[in-house]
Design a protein. Structure first.
Ligand SMILES: Cc1cc2nc3c(=O)[nH]c(=O)nc-3n(C[C@H](O)[C@H](O)[C@H](O)COP(=O)(O)OP(=O)(O)OC[C@H]3O[C@@H](n4cnc5c(N)ncnc54)[C@H](O)[C@@H]3O)c2cc1C
Length: 443
């Protein structure tokens, strides 16, 4: 364990999403004693949607002592099937059972509430993690040597918070990132991907009179239906009591909306129209969504940043590497950030502002290239799935055909064995443990 003076550092985390919660828990597990989490929301009423729980995420959560609870309700995937949206014909089929024996953890799918709720429960069991709910971070007044920011509670007067380390895990709309970019005169903008997503959760009882749909919810499988500029990915969650669907389609509704808006109530007729040329089974599923319960998300990413660390402040998760969901790695990467940060800070050889800045930069060195590689790969995978008629689509479909013969890469990159090796085979905690001294000395 790190020396007492290191563990007594006051660390403030802005945001209690996947990244903020994982960072708080990872710091507590390293023995830090003064961890403070500021969250705008009054409670963590987690978004009703499914999430893929990849082995690189599971490995970290297991070490943090919360994976067993998440695993209980999650569904262990056997395979994935990629199909033509219009015909339901299978383009590719990939076995996923090998993942557990190869990477020591399975690839599972679960409910977001279970994932975030279990990490939150883990934090609540740690006496040294304090939550300040209904409290937004406003202006960052100092980035170091003692970072400080304005905390704005929903009730009561704003007050100033000072700390030794400030970690901004405030999501894709990060106010801390925006201030930092302004300060450094960097023009890295939010990129409008032109894509939006419907998030849908169907209840088992609504599917049970339809044998084809029942078969889908009963299978330990991720199914992706693809079409030009659109796809739908679906899998069972919550012990197969819920079938989770997440779509991607051209964004028609948000273009004129203010940039702070990311979700809206979608129109069911419009959703049915967008997927109007998909096969009857997919349309029957979409038709089960009650009117007025169509939830549409804007998909936004951000231009890569030249740095994530300034003085004694660092950005975490979507605040610095938001991604399209096509590799299912956004939350996993935010959790990797938290685990790496906690190890880097626990390895501080001395408690000085310079040392803290260097330890944060070790985090940046371990994480930045990997995170941005996956952001780019997710975007490329989306492009491959959304191809319209033409040579590129013919080449993609040739790859799918070769796959049936057991040869070559999978165009849907999250299911490609080489991509999985790069993502799941890398243990970022071990790398930080092993390489900290070398990287620290090089800075
Ligand atoms: C359609 C879709 C599907 C996805 N599927 C997957 C998947 O299968 N697997 C996967 O790993 N990832 C997936 N992701 C990505 C994943 O959800 C995100 O990458 C992840 O939630 C990012 O976590 P975060 O903590 O960085 O940000 P967030 O989860 O956005 O958390 C930010 C938190 O900060 C709070 N906050 C914001 N501003 C302030 C402020 N000023 N003061 C205080 N608090 C503040 C917010 O209220 C929020 O709680 C998906 C994303 C989408 C859109």
């Amino acid at each position: 364990m790190a020396p007492k003076e290191v563990l007594d550092l006051k660390i403030c985390i802005i945001g209690a999403g996947m990244g903020g919660l994982a960072t708080a828990l990872a710091l507590a597990k390293q023995g830090f004693r003064n961890i403070n989490v500021y969250e705008s929301a009054s409670n963590l009423g987690f978004v009703g949607a499914g999430i893929q729980l990849a082995p690189n995420m599971a490995r970290i959560l297991d070490r943090l002592g919360v994976w067993a609870d998440i695993e209980k309700e999650a569904v262990d995937l056997k395979d994935t099937s990629i199909r033509q949206g219009a015909t339901n014909a299978e383009l590719g089929h990939v076995d996923l059972l090998y993942i557990r024996s190869t990477y020591d953890y399975p690839h599972m799918v679960g409910h977001r509430a279970s994932l975030a709720g279990s990490i939150h429960d883990g934090c609540k069991r740690e006496k040294d993690v304090k939550f300040f709910m209904s409290t937004s971070a406003g202006e960052v007044k100092s980035w170091g040597p003692r970072p400080s920011f304005e905390a704005i509670p929903r009730e009561g007067e704003p007050y100033s918070v000072e700390c030794d380390v400030l970690l901004a895990a405030d999501g894709v709309k990060s106010v801390v990132r925006d201030q930092l970019l302004r300060l450094k005169n960097i023009d890295a903008k939010i990129i409008d991907t032109g894509q939006a997503a419907y998030r849908i959760m169907l209840k088992r009882e609504d599917m049970q009179n339809d044998p084809e749909l029942l078969e889908l919810i009963d299978k330990e499988s991720v199914t992706r239906w693809i079409g030009e500029k659109r796809h739908i990915i679906a899998y069972p969650v919550s012990s197969k009591n819920i079938y989770n669907l997440s779509t991607v389609q051209p964004d028609r509704n948000f273009a004129a909306a203010p940039s702070s808006t990311y979700t809206t109530q979608g129109s069911k007729p419009q959703m049915m129209e967008v997927f109007g040329d998909f096969c009857p089974m997919v349309k029957r599923m979409l038709d089960l969504v009650p009117d007025g319960e169509v939830c549409e998300w804007k998909l936004r990413v951000h231009e890569p940043l030249p740095f994530w660390v300034y003085e004694q402040t660092a950005l975490v998760g979507d605040a610095c590497h938001p991604t399209l969901p096509h590799l299912a790695q956004g939350a996993a990467q935010a959790i990797e950030d938290g685990a790496v940060l906690a190890i880097a800070l626990a390895k501080l050889p001395e408690v000085t502002p310079e040392a803290i800045n260097k330890a944060l930069r070790v985090y940046e060195k371990v994480r930045m290239e990997r995170a941005y590689t996956l952001v780019n790969l997710a975007a490329a995978s989306g492009r491959a799935m959304h191809l319209g008629e033409g040579a590129a689509k013919e080449e993609r479909d040739r790859q799918f055909a070769a796959l049936k013969e057991g040869k070559g890469p999978v165009p849907d990159k999250w299911a490609d064995a080489d991509v999985q090796k790069m993502i799941y085979g890398q243990d970022v905690m071990k790398i930080t443990e092993q390489d900290f001294d070398k990287i620290y000395a090089s800075l």
